[in-house]
Design a binder for this molecule. Structure first.
Ligand SMILES: Nc1ncnc2c1ncn2[C@@H]1O[C@H](COP(=O)(O)OP(=O)(O)O)[C@@H](O)[C@H]1O
Ligand SMILES: [Mg+2]
Length: 456
């Protein structure tokens, strides 16, 4: 069965019975209102009837009315309705302006009934009366239904208007009730939609209404399983990379030893090639391990500590200076204290990857500057005036294993992916651009205020 809107479903279930009840109620009301209107006006119809009865005389053996036109008008004219009458005696022609058959069995109690006359609905009262000559005749008085109809409509409106108002109020209440009831679900939806695929934290369960809670509980269970699956995948990657490192290091040492010893000359290029491949593979294993360690959830809870970036850079600089000298690059530092809460080993990896890139992708004679400080928040920058990253590639360089086509060297494409992960762990924003000079690359990290502690 296709999914249906809860709101429409409930409204449907409410509206259909409501409408049926309303229709039945209207029918009932019409029936009752008609009865009430008849009761009220039937009695009034007796007045002209009794008045007419008193004006019957016998003339030439025939009953007739001795009424002046004025008296007749007074008796028979009504502000709202037409009044008709007819007197039917046994052996005489009926007199009056109402031409209706006389119902059988009329006695001396008035009989009221509905009929139609010259195309209109009328209400008739019939009564047998005694004539002055001791015979009897049936007197019928009828009136059109204008008064009764308007009376009935008033009653109908009086009863239906509140019923309609109640029905409308019920519909509105249900509509808003469902809206309110569903609001927590909508909040849940917004919260989930705003999340990144890495954010597998459980959803708060106590905000959800009771009926929705099982859903949220199951969702959280699923998130937990996903989290575990991701963690186990991460552990697998870290273990695999770790397991690879030892034999690769051994291999590298063996090849280096061989290269240093006596060697048939024709084997030397092959071994040199083998050495380069081994170094490259060992680097890849190291990068994979770093990446696995930098993934969310891989960090032990107490790993973050208060540290000064300035210090961190100074302690690691000796690793890069020889490479810079070798490549005739000017590696400069422009640093002021920059305290933050971070994971020192990961931050060092981040820096190592940025500087490694700058060293790799800046031709001899170029400049590399590392800056850090605290200017409206802690920042870290690595700027070079090397080959630069093509604008079209900037969005992709942080993808795992992505390398700009034709990039020199034998990188594996994980460096900036690692930088991005480590930045994410520190809630830092990573910005890759070209320096103002237009040449080279400027990579800037801004750490959030919440992680910044004053050094005093
Ligand atoms: N400082 C830089 N100057 C020029 N290009 C860079 C720089 N840093 C990164 N890149 C480009 O971004 C790509 C991805 O970098 P990275 O993830 O470190 O991978 P790798 O260095 O292993 O190729 C590199 O292939 C390179 O083309
Ligand atoms: Mg790199």
């Amino acid at each position: 069965m296709p999914a249906r809107s809860l709101r429409r479903l409930l409204l449907g279930w409410l509206l259909a019975p409501l409408l049926i009840l309303l229709a039945l109620g209207t029918l009932g009301t019409v029936y009752i209102a008609r009865g009430v209107a008849h009761d009220a006006y039937d009695k009034e119809l007796l007045d002209p009837m009794l008045a007419l009865a008193q004006h019957i005389v016998i003339m030439g053996g025939q009953p007739t009315f001795n009424l002046t036109p004025a008296a007749r008008d007074l008796l028979l004219v009504d502000a709202y309705d037409n009044i008709y009458y007819q007197l039917s005696a046994a052996h005489a022609r009926p007199i009056g302006n109402l031409y209706l058959p006389v119902p059988a069995g009329i006695g001396d109690r008035a009989l009221f009934y509905d009929a139609s006359f010259s195309g209109r609905e009328i209400r008739v009262a019939a009564l047998r009366i005694a004539l002055p000559d001791n015979t009897s005749a049936v007197l019928q008085v009828a009136e059109t239904l204008n008064k009764r109809d308007s009376h009935m409509i008033k009653i109908l409106l009086g009863m239906l208007a509140p019923a309609l108002a109640i029905a409308l109020a019920a519909v509105l209440l249900v509509w808003f009730g469902i809206r309110r009831g569903l609001a927590p679900l909508e909040n849940l939806q917004t919260e989930l939609a705003a999340r990144s695929h890495r954010d597998l934290r459980p959803v708060p369960e106590n905000h959800a209404p009771e009926e929705v809670r099982p859903l949220v509980v199951s969702l959280n269970a699923l998130l937990r399983r996903l989290n575990e699956a991701q963690a186990s995948q991460q552990r697998f990657l870290a273990n695999a990379a770790h397991q690879l490192r030892t034999p690769l290091a051994g291999l590298q040492t063996q090849v280096e030893l061989a290269l240093r010893g006596h060697l048939p000359e024709h084997l030397r290029p092959t071994l040199a090639h083998l050495h380069a491949s081994t170094v490259r593979t060992a680097h890849l294993a190291n990068q994979l391990l770093t990446l696995a360690r930098a993934e969310p959830g891989a960090l032990p809870p107490d790993a973050m500590q208060r540290l000064d970036l300035c210090n961190l850079v100074e302690n690691a600089a000796h690793e890069w200076v020889p490479r810079a000298l070798e490549k005739k690059l000017d590696l400069g530092f422009d640093m002021t204290p920059a305290w933050l809460v971070g994971e020192p080993l990961l931050l060092r990896e981040l820096l190592a990857n940025l500087i490694d890139n700058a060293l790799r992708y800046t031709p001899a004679g170029g400049n590399i500057t590392v800056r850090c400080g605290d200017l409206n928040g802690v920042f870290l920058e690595v700027e070079d005036n090397g080959i630069g990253i093509p604008a079209a590639a900037i969005a992709k360089v942080c993808e795992r294993f992505y390398r700009v086509e034709g990039s020199p060297g034998d990188g594996c494409g994980l460096g900036l992916a690692i930088v991005e992960e480590i930045a994410r762990i520190h809630d830092a924003t990573l910005d890759i651009s070209a320096p103002d000079t237009g040449r080279g690359t400027l990579i800037r990290l801004r750490f959030p205020q919440t992680h910044v502690f004053s050094s005093t």
